[in-house]
Design a protein around this ligand. Structure first.
Ligand code: UDP
Length: 468
């Protein structure tokens, strides 16, 4: 178990971008929660400090709770390979996917409970009766019985699900239900993800959020964008500007890290850019992006696609990452020459998460289109991130992406299995910058109204108060 340090940030910085009533509502909720939780800790526990949407959110949003006087703390569990094979299987099953083809039986339950029992030993010394603990995702849920016994209040937040539960989803639900029933509230990121095995009065729906001021989303000028992408080696341009950004605590920093690129030649500085940013997970369908782009985005458009993900060894809770990247590299090497020249694979360094975030930020701003062609998606923070930056999106009509994108209004939705439709949607936006700009403008407004940190935190504070 690792504890991650959380800086303290003043949430009034959101006053400049929220509507007045939105800002006031959040300030009131923060004050009330701070007074009610006085003397207690508001824990958030997940399974990785880096990589993936949950880590991304916790890194930034918990700071605003501390800034508001709440003793928020973040702990990350550890586990052995066997544990993460089981939890990745649960994750895939919850998405309705068969994953590695294994099952969830007594042996898997024993491995799951054993690993979480060890993790709880570390936590036991830290959590006090009366504390409120939010357990994120299936990886941590098995600690609910121990925490309840200790006298803590428990909320389980499940960020994954499927709109059409199949036998795999049901099998994961059966596996998890004994623990989930011990939580006082279960939060799903989308209404249709709620299981019918659970008491509906305990179920809440809260969409994830982004932090407009984090290194991932803060404003960057065009010069800085060019400099960050040049310095990181993703889009060399010979830029001489400063590759500077602000860390979460406000300190100025400079991107020094370099990405590992797989490419024939670097992306030409002036080329149109289409980008997908994801963990190396088969459900993100990198292969589909590559093939759809090569076959259906004509060479005459002069566009390049960059598939971006973390350096694979850095994401500790995802055992499939390395294999998925290897397969992609192999498929890339077998592309016809003319196609291969237009496809770039970027592994971003994760040693300094803020630098990694600044590179992602610059890519999302530099790109003409951001893609999220997932086969399944809990929410898809990458979509909200691009939308906030007014970059037009083409994304699959799956899971939480459908909450965010209204097709043809603030982005484009495509059938994840129709590569031609996908390619045409991307080409259409590249060839019609006015339409692309209008979609981006509307996208920004919808993120401001629904998916910024204060919206998310206000709901979670309300829950913490209701169970404490
Ligand atoms: N991400 C990142 N660096 C990478 C790849 C992904 O910072 O190299 C971030 C991405 O910007 C987003 C998160 O990881 O904030 C992915 O969240 P999402 O909800 O899109 O997918 P998940 O990984 O949770 O399935």
């Amino acid at each position: 178990m690792d504890e991650i340090e959380i800086p303290s940030l003043d949430a009034t910085r959101f006053d400049s971008i929220l509507e007045t009533d939105q800002a006031e509502e959040f300030a009131t909720r923060l004050r009330a929660a701070s007074s009610q939780l006085d003397g207690h800790t508001y824990w958030h526990i997940n399974s990785t400090a880096a990589g993936g949407g949950v880590a991304e959110m916790l890194q930034s949003v918990l700071s605003y709770l501390r800034g508001g006087g709440i003793n928020a703390r973040w702990a990350v569990i550890e586990g052995d390979e066997e544990f993460f094979v089981v939890t990745k299987r649960i994750h895939n099953f919850l998405h309705g996917s068969k994953g590695d083809g294994g099952s969830l039986g007594e042996a898997e339950r024993a491995a799951y409970e054993l690993a979480l029992g060890h993790q709880f030993k570390d936590l036991e010394a830290l959590v006090q009766p009366g504390d409120v603990v939010v357990l994120h995702d299936p990886q941590t849920l098995g600690m609910a019985p121990h925490l309840r016994e200790l006298g803590a209040s428990v909320i389980w937040s499940c960020h994954v699900g499927t709109d059409e539960p199949n036998e795999f989803a049901h099998s994961a639900w059966e596996f998890l239900a004994p623990y989930a029933r011990l939580a006082q509230r279960v939060v799903f990121s989308r209404r249709s993800y709620a299981w019918d095995l659970l008491d509906p009065t305990l179920v809440e729906v809260i969409a994830p959020c982004i932090d407009a001021f984090s290194p991932k989303n803060q404003r960057l000028t065009a010069d800085v964008v060019a400099a960050v992408l040049d310095q990181s080696g993703v889009v060399p341009s010979g830029s001489s500007g400063p590759a500077s950004f602000h860390r979460q605590n406000g300190d100025e920093a400079v991107v020094k890290a370099r990405a590992v690129m797989l490419e024939e030649e670097p992306v030409p500085a002036g080329a149109k850019l289409v980008t997908q940013i994801s963990r190396w997970d088969p459900l993100k369908d990198h292969l589909g992006v590559m093939v759809g782009f090569c076959e259906y985005v004509p060479e005459s458009i002069d566009a390049h696609v960059v598939l971006v993900g973390p350096s694979p060894e850095s994401v500790t809770d995802d055992p499939e990452g390395g294999d998925t990247l290897d397969e992609l590299r192999k498929a890339w090497s077998q592309l016809p020459d003319a196609s291969r020249e237009r496809v770039h694979i970027a592994c971003l360094p994760m040693d300094d998460l803020a630098e990694n975030a600044a590179i992602v930020n610059a890519l999302q701003r530099r790109s003409d289109v951001i893609i999220q062609k997932s086969l399944a998606e809990g929410f898809g923070l990458t979509v909200a991130e691009a939308m906030w930056k007014e970059t037009p999106t083409v994304a699959s009509a799956v899971g939480g992406i459908q909450e965010q994108i209204e097709d043809g209004v603030n982005g484009l939705l495509v059938d994840p299995h129709d590569l031609e439709q996908f390619g045409r949607a991307v080409s259409g936006l590249l060839e019609d910058p006015d339409r692309a700009r209008e979609l981006g403008r509307r996208a920004h407004i919808s993120v401001r109204d629904h998916y910024l940190a204060p919206h998310y935190l206000a709901r979670f504070l309300e829950l913490a108060m209701s169970v404490s």
